[in-house]
Design a protein around this ligand. Structure first.
Ligand code: SF4
Length: 273
């Protein structure tokens, strides 16, 4: 088995959710086509990247609408969007959610006041011996120093889940420090149209996030040597693209369905009918 060459926050998160799912995705390289949330999120990112690339004074909702209108035909033709088989009503629903997320930025900040240092900034470095990759949505320059920003188009998590969510941006902060030689002062998750979760960058927090990344990396290396990838079942099996191949997952979705707990929009619904 070819060893994994790098780890991103998203692949680490897949590992934590279910090592068997990680194996299907990153060892067998089986497709994991994006769902509704992912395609909507990508489009929102594209519009905001274009908007924040403008001169500060031009970053208006009208300008955002111009970008959204210009990019919309690409969205409708995107194979990932076409795969979702949306009718007119479905596409209109996507359009409304995209616009709500884009304009949701103004509920969180005034984009004309942001000194953008970079958007969609690619990172590739080593963190505690782990080859790390990631993409920072936005890196801002402030009077106090750099700020790492990540956009989210879903709802903000409950407070209990917040530390997990911040791991991603703390890892970006550590990688920015290594690659640019400048330690960010703050990280923030913009849940567009909802709220911002932010934190001051302190060595203890970034070190802890890097240590958790290292633990995942060690677990993956061990699993690759032993070819043991545990199937970790749960409600997300209903949305796993590999459930058809996974006996434990199929059993789980049938159990959830029998209890009347499988959501009607779960893709795995077709395996319990
Ligand atoms: S169906 Fe569930 S247990 Fe199986 S790989 Fe997917 S997430 Fe893991």
């Amino acid at each position: 088995m070819a060893p994994r060459r790098s780890l991103s926050p998203s692949s680490a998160s897949t590992w934590r959710q279910c090592p068997a799912r990680w194996r299907y995705r990153y060892v067998e390289n089986l497709p994991d086509p994006p769902g509704h949330e992912a395609v909507i999120g990508s489009f929102v990112h594209r519009v905001l990247e274009a908007l924040l690339g403008e001169e500060p004074g031009k970053r208006s909702t009208d300008r955002a609408r111009e970008f959204a209108t210009r990019f919309w035909p690409d969205y409708v033709d995107d194979p990932d969007v076409r795969r979702l088989d949306l009718d007119e009503v479905g596409l209109l629903g996507h359009k409304r959610r995209i616009w709500a997320a884009v304009t949701g930025l103004w509920q969180l900040e005034d984009p004309t006041t942001i000194d953008v240092r970079a958007t969609e900034h690619r990172l590739r470095t080593e963190l505690d011996g782990v080859p790390f990759t990631g993409v920072v949505d936005r890196l801002d320059a402030t009077e106090d120093g750099l700020v790492v920003t990540d956009y989210k188009s879903g709802k903000a998590p409950t407070h209990a889940n917040t530390p997990d969510k911040l791991d991603q941006v703390f890892l970006y902060a550590a990688a920015v420090e290594r690659t640019l030689g400048e330690t960010p002062v703050r990280v923030q998750l913009h849940y567009l149209g909802d709220r911002t979760i932010d934190a001051v960058v302190e060595a203890a927090a970034t070190d802890a996030a890097v240590a958790r990344l290292r633990t995942v990396w060690d677990e993956i290396e061990h699993a690759q040597q032993t070819d043991e990838f545990t199937a970790s079942t749960g409600p997300l099996c209903g949305w796993c693209p590999y459930v058809e191949r996974c006996d434990a997952g199929l059993e789980e979705v049938r159990r959830i369905h029998a209890r009347g707990r499988l959501r009607a929009d779960a893709p795995a619904m077709k395996y319990v009918a």
